[in-house]
Design a protein around this ligand. Sequence first.
Ligand code: PMP
Length: 354
Amino acid sequence: MFQLDQLLRENIRQLVPYSSARDEFKGEAQVFLDANENSLGSPLTRWYNRYPDPHQWKVKEALSKIKGIPPQHIFLGNGSDECIDLLYRAFCNPGKDNIIINPPTYGMYEVSAHINDVEVRRAVLLDDFQLDLVHLETLVDENTKIIWICSPNNPTANSINRQDIEIVLNNFPGLVVVDEAYINFSRHRSFIQELADYPNLVVLQTMSKAWGLAGLRLGMAFASEAIIEVYNKVKAPYNISQATQELVLAALEETGQVNDMIRALVTMREQLVQDLALLPLVRKVYPSDANFLLVKVGDARAVYQYLLQDGIVVRDRSKVELCEGCLRITVGTEKENQELIQALRTYDAGRIVS
Ligand code: PMP
């Protein structure tokens, strides 16, 4: 049975959260002398001398319309990386609790655990990059607080079977985080519509990928109101800047443009799959539900270095378990993808000659 109160760290359960000036006064006023801001203004033309809305209600309301999730079920973080870190700080007792990851997967689940002195248990994915449920189950004990599932997964690019995620949600009494950073590029349905069925579910999404706003730093966590309250209790008072809130709000008006970009990126991804598959050095292009490809090339280090000399940076994942000989390649613009293919052709031609 999932019981949020028991899962929480005792000090967080008892925490009296910081109450900011913007929390204590809500309403209309002309003279704001409550927050020790610079009353004269700022070097910029905007009202950046004022603290931003600590709960980002306008952004949450706009997101709520797009996602079909009430604003009270949404937490916004400084990138999903903040949404990840805060779960450790709220739920995991340093030096005592543990979490489970399913590697190869996104690196911050592990790094953030280490920062918070939380033990990491590893249920390595099966050869088809799906969850190893049998192994996963053996790793759970009474101190296991979180299971991290990334779908579509980074760096393997595939989606995790929905039924397997449901099995974990139905059987694990701690938090199950489904990180959907790449969901907009996938053929599969998001888990955000399942929040009512699973009180232990946290879904992460981000403005950094399909929305094209990695520079603004805005991540989203969707969960029960109770979990969102925990997030709000432990976050820094003004964790999302005014500039980010304004710009994200403007971007959320442009769903049409974003959908066009998603369609274009998916089309280019499929073209890149075909072009890569024709190259002799490419041994395998794994199926992708994301905006990147995992590509097995054999001598990944050599190919990586060769591309670098040509000014093209990809990610060498060859040291990562199950990814021996693999590069992770982001889908670029049409021109960038052509440059990549051309460089790889030249690499191949050089190999044949020598
Ligand atoms: N989750 C996954 C699976 C990612 O790949 C990334 C970034 N590469 C993140 C989360 C972090 O995203 P953000 O920019 O929102 O911090």
